[in-house]
Design a protein around this ligand. Structure first.
Ligand code: ADP
Ligand code: ZN
Length: 322
C-alpha cells in the first residue's frame, strides 16, 4: 500500500474488492476541480471509480456543461447519494460562510467568484460538500493509513505547492484553509540570483520549488534534468525544509508527498535524509532516517488522493443530510 496513485489499478482505499458495481449499491460523485483539468467520477472511496472523465478546464460555463453531461450520461449506474468537490484554491471552505463553495481571489481568468456548489446543484440536487484538493487528499490518505494515523499532512508539488492538513481526523480550516506551500524557506546557495516565480511572494517555497519555478530556474522541467544536476539537491533541500516545518508545527504522524514533480522518485530518499539532518534528532518520533522512512511517504491511494477524498466528502455530506 505504498504505491504512487495508479488510476487503473483498482481499489483506492485499502485492499479489497476491485472497482466493480453491485446492484443497488450506494454511489457517490467526485469532482477533482483543477486549474488545468476537472476529473469527474462515480463510485465510492472503498470500491473505486466505476466511471471517470477528464475535462479540460476552460471558462466555468463550458467546463460545467461537460461536468453536467458526464453525470447525466452516467445516470444508469445508479442513484447518486451525494457529490464531493476537491477544488483548486483559494476556495471558501466554511459551510457557515457566504463564500462557501466559491472560488476566491485567483489569477485564473473568469473563475474568481464562481460558485462551484451552485453550478453542481444546477444539474443535480443532492447533498454536496467541498474542500481544497489537498485537504481532500489528506482526508483520503488518513483513511487509507488506518486507525493509528489521525494527524497527517498531504503535500502536492506540481503547478503550485499545496499542503492539506488533517488533525484528529478532520481537515484543518480557520481563516479559510492553510496555504503552507507559500512558507518562506532558507535560500539554497546554488539558487543565488533566482528571483522566484510566486506572483504574491516571489521566493516563497512555491516560487522556488514548484514545477514552473524549476523550469524557470534551470531551463527545463525536472523530468529532463540529468541525475548529476544540482537541481535534485536544491529541490530536496526546499521540500525537506517544508517537512521540518510541518513536523515542528503540527507533529504529523505521516507526511505524504504527491504531485507531478514527486513522480521523480529519486527525490523522496534525498528529502528524507535532508529532513533528518535538519531536524538534528530534535522531534520525538522523527529523530532519524529510519523514522523518516516510516513517516515521509508517497500516496497510498491507488486513485488520485484528491479524487478519493472527494468521495469521502460526498459520503459525509450524504450522511449529514440523511
Ligand atoms: P497540477 O499541479 O496542475 O494539478 P501536476 O501535479 O501534474 O498537476 O503538476 C504539474 C507540474 O509538475 C508541471 O510543472 C510539470 O512540469 C511537473 N511534472 C508533471 N509530471 C512530472 C514528472 N513526471 N516529472 C517531473 N515533473 C513533472
Ligand atoms: Zn507564494
Amino acid at each position: 500500500m505504498s504505491q504512487l496513485a495508479d488510476a487503473d489499478d483498482g481499489v483506492p482505499l485499502g485492499e479489497g474488492a476491485a472497482g466493480r458495481m453491485d446492484q443497488g449499491m450506494t454511489i457517490y460523485g467526485a469532482i477533482e476541480a483543477g486549474g488545468t483539468k476537472f476529473v469527474c467520477a462515480l463510485g465510492t472511496a472503498e470500491t473505486g471509480s466505476l466511471r471517470t472523465a477528464t475535462i479540460p478546464t476552460r471558462d466555468p460555463e463550458s467546463t460545467f456543461a461537460e461536468v453536467a453531461a458526464f453525470f447525466d450520461g452516467a445516470a444508469e449506474l445508479g442513484r447518486v447519494a451525494g457529490i464531493g468537490i476537491a477544488s483548486f484554491g483559494p476556495v471558501g471552505v466554511d459551510a457557515a460562510a457566504a463564500d462557501y463553495g466559491k472560488i476566491l481571489a485567483t489569477p485564473k481568468p473568469g473563475w474568481e467568484g464562481t460558485d462551484l456548489l451552485a453550478r453542481v446543484r444546477d444539474f443535480l440536487d443532492v447533498p454536496l460538500a467541498i474542500d481544497t484538493d489537498v485537504n481532500a487528499a489528506a482526508l483520503a490518505e488518513v483513511a487509507a493509513a488506518g486507525p493509528e494515523i489521525s494527524q497527517l499532512a498531504y503535500v502536492t508539488v506540481g503547478t503550485g505547492i499545496g499542503v492539506g492538513l488533517v488533525t484528529d481526523g478532520r481537515a484543518v480550516h480557520g481563516i479559510g484553509h492553510p496555504e503552507a506551500g507559500h512558507v518562506l524557506v532558507r535560500r539554497h546557495p546554488a539558487h543565488e540570483g533566482f528571483a522566484g516565480t510566486c506572483p504574491f511572494h516571489g521566493d516563497c517555497l512555491e516560487g522556488l520549488a514548484a514545477g514552473p519555478a524549476i523550469a524557470a530556474a534551470w531551463g527545463a522541467p525536472a523530468s529532463e534534468l540529468p541525475a548529476a544536476h544540482p537541481f535534485w539537491d536544491v529541490e530536496a533541500d526546499y521540500l525537506a525544509q517544508l517537512c521540518m516545518t510541518l513536523f515542528l508545527t503540527m507533529a504529523p504522524q505521516r507526511i505524504v508527498l504527491g504531485g507531478g514533480v514527486m513522480q521523480q522518485r529519486r527525490l523522496l530518499p534525498i528529502i528524507r535524509v535532508r529532513t533528518a539532518q535538519m531536524l538534528g534528532g530534535y522531534v520525538q518520533g522523527a529523530r532519524d532516517l529510519a523514522a523518516m522512512e516510516r513517516r515521509i511517504l508517497p500516496p497510498a491511494c491507488r486513485e488520485p488522493s484528491g479524487l478519493v477524498g472527494a468521495y469521502l466528502l460526498a459520503k459525509r455530506a450524504a450522511q449529514a443530510e440523511g
